[in-house]
Every structure is written in C-alpha cells, then in structure tokens.
Write a protein that binds this ligand. Sequence first.
Ligand code: MN
Ligand code: MN
Length: 285
Amino acid sequence: MLNKNIETFIGCGAEFDEAGIVIYGAPFDSTTSYRPGARFGSSAIRHESYGIETYSPYQDRDLEDISVFDSGDVEMCFGDAEKALAALEERAKAIADAGKLPLMLGGEHLVTLAPVRVLSERFPDMHIIHFDAHADLREDYLGAPLSHACVIRRCHDILGDGRIHQFGIRSGERSEFRFGTEHTDFHPLSLAGLSETVSELSERNVPVYLTVDLDVLDPSEFPGTGTPEAGGVSFTELRDALEFVCRNCRVVGADLVELAPTLDSSGISTALACKLTREVLLALL
Ligand code: MN
Ligand code: MN
C-alpha cells in the first residue's frame, strides 16, 4: 500500500487522539526588528529533522516510543499582528481543549503571546520560564506594542510581577534591565539561578509555560537567527537546562522560536534546532 506524502517532525506521526503533545508551526516574522527569515523556521525544522536520529543518547529515550501529533503550520496573516495571533490562539486552544500539550515552532518571538493568552486563561496561576539573549521587555518598539522586542512585556501585562523567570539575557535598553530587576525573576548574562527557580516552582506544582528564543545560544553555534548576540550559552548548557525544566516543572505549553534558516547557509543552526526540539519532546513525556 502507498501512503500520502505528509511531512511531520521525525518520529511524530501519531494520530491526534493518541498524542500527548501536539506540534504546531507559526510561520511569522512581520514584526522582526532586524533580519527577517524566522517565518521559514518551523518548516525547515520539520524538513531537516530527517537528518537527525529519533533516539536521544542523552536521555535514553526515543521518539518512536512516544506519541506526538504534528498539526502543521498555522496559516497566518502578514501585516496584521493581532489577526495573526488570533489564528495561532485558535490552534493553541484546540490543542489545549483536547487535553494535550501544545508545542509551538516559530516564527519570531511575538508568536509566544498567543499560547500565553490561551493557557493563562486555563491556568490562572501560570508562570513563564524564558530563555533569550534579549529581555523583550520594551513597552513598545517604534510605537508598536505588538513586536518581538516587546513580547515578554505583553506577557507581564497578563501575568504581573514575579511570575516570569528570565535567563541568559544579555541585550536590551537600560530601562528593560531596570524593569526586569524590579518586576521579573531576572537572571542576566547566564543561566545561573535556574535550579533554584525550578525547585521552587516544582515544589509548588505551578503550571509553567516554557519559551525558548534560540538566540540565547552563542552565535558561533547558532548563527541562523535575526538578531544574533555574542556571548551566549552553549548547546550543551541549553539542552541540559531544558531537560531539567521539562522533567521537573509542570510544563503546560512550550515553544522554540527565532530560527531563521536562510541566514545560515551551512544548515548547522537548523540541525541544532531539530536536535533541541527532539530533546524537549522527549523530556516532556
Ligand atoms: Mn525574544
Ligand atoms: Mn532574542
């Protein structure tokens, strides 16, 4: 018998009903402040995932042993961020309503606001763990409140003080760093302090949304991103951190954003993003 050519992330061919995690793509980069291209991130991750193994020697787990459904990319409106977010919210809500964990592949970072809106309604005590080179705490960017440079500030509008935990931040305006110090659990320059944050959140069994802006990585390992920022963490550090968060916290949703595959013609950045996606999927189940 012949099968239809349907491309999913490798090892994620489960049916919707049996799946615990549902992948969805957010091919959007219309508020990107510097170099665009993140709209191609999710499809590149899916396509290039066939270059990696389903088995993780780090975790001794295999994607063949778990059930993940890949719901494909959401069709998104370019030029109207609020309309684009509405389409993503609809997908995130359909996944969460079915009792499944939504895992989003970006796209630029603004897309995170959609699942955060949906999941914070369902889990009013939700916290966010945020890995990024950038604080993303601007009130607006050139007058636009809906920009990838403001996404964590928009999340703060919803969640308020003390419920956003930021790691690896090494770029932003002075006012963003002040805002972070006063209003979020702010860990600039490295991932130091993560184990304390995770043990506190896991003890309280707090629902956690995990958002990973891949530019938290050093550009020497991950150049394929719109706003590369020297001085980042290594793949190994980030992989360990994500496994630690996923294994110990009550993660109710997650995303990996800001891969811009065409900005790295070597393909190494996309291969890294594929591997990290596999590691997150395996650590979540
Ligand atoms: Mn970001
Ligand atoms: Mn960033």
